[in-house]
Design a protein around this ligand. Sequence first.
Ligand code: NDP
Length: 331
Amino acid sequence: NRQVRLAARPVGLPDASTWNYVDADVPEPADGQVTVKVAYVSLDPAMRGWLNDVRSYVPPVQIDAVMRAHAVGHVSASNSPDFAVGDAVSGNFGATEYAVADAKDVVRVDESIAPLPTWLGALGFPGFTAYFGLLDVGKLKDGDTVVVSGAAGAVGSLVGQIAKQHGCTVIGIAGGAEKCAWLTDELGFDVAIDYKSESVAKALRQHAPKGIDVYFDNVGGEILDAALARLRLGARVVLCGAISGYNATEPTPGPQNYLSLLINRASMAGFIVFDFAGRYGEAAAKLGEWVADGKLVAREQVATGGIDKFGDTLLMLFEGKNTGKLVLQVS
Ligand code: NDP
C-alpha cells in the first residue's frame, strides 16, 4: 500500500523534499468501516494551503501524515451493511493506494452516469464549487456579462458553461492559445483572453464595453485587479481562489482597483464550497442531468504513473499544465 506522506513544509513551490513515498500495510476495516482501493486521486490547488501550518478552514496536514486528498475507487473490504465489495465510492481517502474510512464519510458514485474521474470533477467538488459559487454567491442573472479566470481549469470551465446556459455573455481568462481555443470552440464561451500573451485590462475594455456583472475569481493578483477596474453598477465579485499567490514567498501586492466596489455598489464575497454541504444532492442532480444531456462538458486530464507521481502531478496545477480537472490514476 504505497502512500504519500508530508515530509517537510515547503517554502514556495513543493519539491521532492516535501514528500515521503512509503509502503504501509493494507488497512483492515473496523466495525462500521470499509477499505477502499483507490483508483484516482484529485489534485487541487487548495492542497498547497493545507501544507502551511496556519489556521484556515481545515487544519493543516501534519508532518508524516498521509496527504489529504479526495479520491474515488472501489470498496475492497467491508465491515458495514451499507457497502459491499466492489461498490464504487468517493471520499477523503488521501494520497494512498488503499484507505479505510467510516461508512458515514463514504459517498456512493454511479459509474453508469459518468466514469470515475468525472466524480472528482464536474460531479464532485469542482462542480459544486462552480454551481454554488456562480448561482448563490454570484447571484447570477440571465443575460449578465460574466468573466471567469482560471477558465480552462476544473472549476472555471464549469462556471463559464453554466453561465452560458443562463444566456450570459461569458469571457474566460486562461493561459495559452490552446486553452483559449478550447473555451470558445468547444465550450461555447463568447471570448477567451490569453493572459500570457495579451493585456487583460485592454481585452476586457474591448470585450466587455458595458462592464462586468459577475467576476468569478480563481487566481487573484493582477488579473483580479484588471477585472475590478471594469465592474458595472451592482456587480458581484466571487472570491473562489487566488492561485497566483499560493506559492508566494514574499507578500503579494494588493489590488489597486478595489474602490471600484464602492463606486459601483458592487459586492465581493468569499466562500468555501463546504458551506453548501446540505445542498450537494441538489447540485449533483443538476450537474448530472447537464452532463447526461450534453449541456456540460466534463473534461478530466488523467495523469499516470501511480501514486509515486503525486508530487510531480500537483506541480502541473501551478504550471498551468492541466486543462479541466486534473486527477492521478493510482490503480
Ligand atoms: P484548476 O483546474 O483551475 O488548475 C489550476 C489552474 O490555475 C492552472 O491550470 C493554471 O491555468 C492556473 N494558474 C496557475 N498559476 C497561475 C497564475 N500564477 N496566474 C493565473 N493562473 C494560474 O484548479 P481548480 O479548478 O481545482 O481550482 C481553481 C481555483 O478554485 C483555485 O484557486 C482553488 O483554490 C479554488 N477553489 C476554491 C474552492 C472554494 O470552496 N472556495 C473549492 C475548489 C477550488 P492557466 O494555464 O490558465 O494559467
